[in-house]
Design a protein around this ligand. Sequence first.
Ligand SMILES: Nc1ncnc2c1ncn2[C@@H]1O[C@H](COP(=O)(O)OP(=O)(O)OP(=O)(O)O)[C@@H](O)[C@H]1O
Length: 376
Amino acid sequence: MMKQNSEPLLELRALTKEYGRGVALAGVNLSVRSGELVALVGPSGSGKSTVLSLIAGFQVPTSGQILLRGQDISRLAPGQRELGVVFQNYALFPHMTIAENVGYPLKLRGWDPARRRERVAEVLDLVRLNGHEAKRPRQLSGGQQQRAALARVLSFEPPLLLMDEPLSALDREIRGEMKAEIRRIHRELGTTILYVTHDRDEALALSDRVAILRGGHLVAVGPPTELFRAPTSAFVGRFFSGHNILPIANATAADSGHARIQIGGGEVVVRATAFGSGTRTCLALPPHNVRLQPEPGMPNLPARVVDVAYLGHETEVIFLINSETHIVGRFPYGIKIPDPGEAIDLYLSLEGAVLVVDDVGAEDVGRVELQQLELA
Ligand SMILES: Nc1ncnc2c1ncn2[C@@H]1O[C@H](COP(=O)(O)OP(=O)(O)OP(=O)(O)O)[C@@H](O)[C@H]1O
């Protein structure tokens, strides 16, 4: 987050990868500034690994360009690109010590042993692995091995670090530690990082910007908290923000960035990130906006409780409204939660709800007639 400047270090221009008739990536344009950490997120099969693999040079694009500091590298061999790559499986050499593993890229580059030792000590210090130099990888924990793999790529100071789900093989606690470690290293070194994850929390915790892929298309790019709070489409709202997506029939544009929706004879103005006449619009409603008690001005919604899951600090409840649409609510610990099967009235706070264009696809969502709602 520090040491950023506006110069694009990496530029993807209309990057496309086809396999036979399948399109893994369809014309992706993305610019990554020097010093930035960009998280590439998207559902399984959306093309995240393909982007990384094309940049690393493990595959050749069908068309489009990959520019590193303005030079097209898309046809260079992987070894000529000088990029650091960290994958989910640490890929340390099992027969080498940790110091030998970390110093290996430097040996390949012809560094003399004394300079190598010095640099290895420096990066092991950076990832807090000093004292483990003489051990073999199998003598380290998963988190330590992943830190050693990180030290190995950091040793030669690559201009760009590519990380593909680097934490997904680690258990929850170590993942938390490694997240903090990556954040610290990024802050201290200002390394530019492109980070693939399907984990929204990881993207929120680590990145300066998030790029969201869907079916090979880049559908949104922006600061993570902004996209989280104000999703730019129904897909982003559902996949990245975890909001309820409720298609609505009766929205009209208000002033710029807002829209009016009519509810049971009343009218509510909500923020709208994308709104156009002719497009189907949806309300993206955070699960925390669902209430079990009426508050002034809140529309109510008859519902039935389908499932209750205790998450520790809060409880997630799935409700069924109008026989086919589910809506998820999250409630703080201590609130009385109705039992599965119970019929109740839900109340929706529209504060922070956002109107978005429906790109999820009719097959994915049920339909809610908001006219059914009554303003309290
Ligand atoms: N070698 C290949 N041959 C044919 N199709 C492929 C090949 N590699 C990937 N694909 C297809 O390209 C699309 C994108 O795959 P990719 O692995 O980039 O997705 P991803 O977002 O990284 O998924 P995941 O999160 O599951 O790793 C998928 O539909 C996948 O089936």
